[in-house]
Design a protein around this ligand. Structure first.
Ligand code: 48F
Length: 266
């Protein structure tokens, strides 16, 4: 078969441009492609919501690839097992309620399922700010990660959405920029982002579900960012809470849209 380099380039430019244009107005934007963000993307897209996930790095997966200390096995507890299995991930019982799975299989499965459910995953894009209209987070401000790495002075592009999910892990990057630039009062115990506490795996995992909340109109937190914002403990190398938090944030947004009687896609 004859191959034309120009056709290959045109195919990439046209299809990517269409994908990028479709990001301009969506139902939900997720920031961060770690385990909680990918899980949320799957459940939101599966519910028919137009969902985009932004990841600043080349690859999604966040802190999941490396298990703990670069040993690529993931530990999780019994309540999360059905969700791992829903993603088709093979799990093994280690002892009692402790299970393990391949970190690589986890990232691959979460990513594949999120894509196949219809979520649009945009890697290599950094979220640098939010759009704030009438005291509500109404979209995101994006730039190519390479622009930041190169230190170039290049203006960003902006999107519109009904909900944003901060799933940026320890960085809580979206909440951080909103607090720093707008000085708004968050729905936390102190009205501010509290910062995570040291490690206590059991308590951290228990807190993460309560901490998965809408912290400001239009802005939810999930995964490690939820504990970071609400001052919860870190839990280290156990991933059940990340997956369950991702599922929960999706359900909360779906319920909120149902409650408003407005489930239509953008
Ligand atoms: O850190 P990360 O894996 O978040 P998570 O889903 O999971 C946490 C666990 O991996 C682990 C843990 C388990 O006990 O505590 O740390 O809460 O993934 C966060 C992703 O967000 C991306 C970042 O590159 C990573 O892949 N990210 C961070 N800031 C931005 C961003 C940003 N400004 N724009 C786009 N992506």
């Amino acid at each position: 078969m004859k191959l034309d380099e120009n056709v290959i380039s045109k195919a990439i430019i046209e299809t990517y441009t269409a994908k990028l244009l479709s990001c301009l107005e969506v139902d939900v934007e997720i920031v961060g492609g770690g385990p909680s963000g990918l899980t949320a993307a799957y459940y939101l897209a599966r519910a028919g919501l137009k969902t985009t996930l932004y990841e600043r790095k080349l690859s999604v997966g966040g802190g999941m690839w490396g298990g703990a200390a670069m040993m690529n096995e993931v530990v999780f507890q019994e309540p999360a097992r059905p969700v791992f299995e829903e993603f088709g991930i093979r799990t093994s019982r280690y002892a009692g309620d402790y299970y393990t799975a391949s970190a690589v299989e986890c990232v691959a499965a979460l990513t594949l399922k999120a894509c196949q459910a219809g979520a649009n995953i945009m890697n290599l894009i950094s979220v640098e700010d939010v759009v704030l209209h009438n005291n509500r987070v109404s979209g995101l401000v994006l730039n190519w990660s390479a622009v930041g790495i190169a230190g170039l002075h290049v203006d960003p592009i902006a999107t519109r959405s009904r909900f944003v999910v901060d799933a940026t892990g320890h960085d809580m990057a979206v909440v951080e920029v909103l607090s720093r630039k707008a000085g708004v009062k968050l729905h936390t115990a102190s009205g501010q982002a509290l910062g995570e506490k040291p490690m206590w795996a059991e308590l951290g995992e228990m807190q993460i579900m309560d901490n998965t909340t809408e912290v400001f109109p239009g802005l939810y937190v999930a995964g490690m960012a939820a504990n970071a914002v609400h001052g919860g403990y870190r839990m280290g190398a156990v991933f059940g809470g990340m997956i369950l938090s991702g599922r929960q944030v999706a359900q909360m947004i779906i319920d909120q849209l149902k409650g408003s009687g407005d489930q239509h896609q953008s």
